[in-house]
Design a protein around this ligand. Structure first.
Ligand SMILES: O=C(O)CCC(=O)C(=O)O
Ligand SMILES: [Fe+2]
Length: 256
């Protein structure tokens, strides 16, 4: 076949710095990069997720997930590298993009204990399935990088009321397209909750209701104001603060 006639797949596009892709409507700080990976990279990762050995999956009531390199025990990670397919191209790209355009500006993980994520959670959301509002807690450095694969959905951001109870109406929504990267950090990590509604369609999508509308790859896809869900897989990259470097795995199970 003549190579020139092969349909070209969309490439990835990185911003010169994160301040170009800051979600301005949100408290400090969230960033959205719509084309963080290419279509070929997306398919290669989804193939790897699908071909993981069955015991890798943890089945919850409605959702299933994989944890790489392993589950945390008492908020600690047993030191082990991420597999190549989760490092490349994503981790290399995450650490490459500077936070600002200032000369010498460092990447988003420059202040984290290991200078890069060491842990990945893979969540699969069929239509109608979400995740309850929650905070990610103190085991992680407060930077979360989420790569979305396969389909779009909205992440809801919630606040607590003065009495500490969850206000059930989300304060903001972030629409995540396939191949996008969402970074949340700082106040957004520590003071707010996030979750995904258990619905089959995200509705009432518009410039005034979606915090990252101006950063989307294709607002035309949502011109009718709705997103009919299909299965979306997410990769959540974080830096677990405490890592057990001891050679003996059993030391993890002893009291701190
Ligand atoms: O899948 C997502 O985008 C969110 C996952 C999440 O909140 C978590 O794993 O803590
Ligand atoms: Fe979370």
């Amino acid at each position: 076949m003549d190579c020139d006639s092969a349909p070209s797949k969309p490439p990835f596009i990185l911003p010169a710095s994160l301040d170009h892709v800051r979600i301005g409507a949100l408290p400090p700080a969230a960033y959205y990069i719509s084309d963080f990976i290419s279509e070929d990279e997306e398919h290669a990762i989804l193939d790897k997720v699908a071909s993981a050995p069955k015991p890798r999956w943890k089945q919850l009531t409605h959702r299933r997930l994989q944890t790489w390199p392993s589950d945390l025990v008492n908020d600690k990670l047993f030191d082990a590298p991420l597999p190549d397919w989760l490092r490349d191209p994503i981790v290399s790209r995450l650490t490459l993009v500077p936070q600002t355009g200032e000369p010498g500006s460092a990447g988003i993980f420059s202040d984290s204990p290991h200078k890069q994520p060491n842990h990945v959670l893979i969540n699969e959301y069929p239509p109608g399935v979400g995740i309850m509002p929650h905070k990610d807690g103190s085991a992680y450095h407060p930077v979360v990088c989420t790569v979305s694969l396969g389909a779009s959905l909205c992440l809801n951001i919630y606040k607590t009321k003065a009495d500490g109870a969850l206000d059930p109406a989300p304060v903001w929504r972030i629409l995540q397209e396939p191949r996008s990267l969402l970074i949340t950090s700082l106040d957004l990590y520590s003071d707010f909750l996030h979750g995904i509604a258990d619905i089959t369609e995200d509705v009432d999508l518009s410039e005034s209701t979606v915090a990252n509308w101006n950063l989307l790859r294709s607002t035309a896809d949502f011109a009718q104001g709705c997103n009919s869900r299909s299965t979306r897989t997410s990769l959540t990259y974080r830096d677990v603060m405490k890592v057990s470097k001891l050679g003996n795995k059993f030391s993890l199970f002893q009291k701190k």
